[in-house]
Design a protein around this ligand. Sequence first.
Ligand SMILES: [Zn+2]
Length: 59
Amino acid sequence: MKDDQEQAILSVHVRGLDGMCVGCRAWWSRLTPYPCWQVDWATSRQAQTITARFLESER
Ligand SMILES: [Zn+2]
């Protein structure tokens, strides 16, 4: 898993004017309320990465 994968997801899966996810509609023609599960996944992954870096810098 790479950091830029989460960034790529977050840059595509953004909130549309109607409150639906733009990325899910563009990629799969699927109407998903924002935040979709991929945004949830990417943000939780980023939080873990940031936490891990913080803990490493403490050592
Ligand atoms: Zn999405």
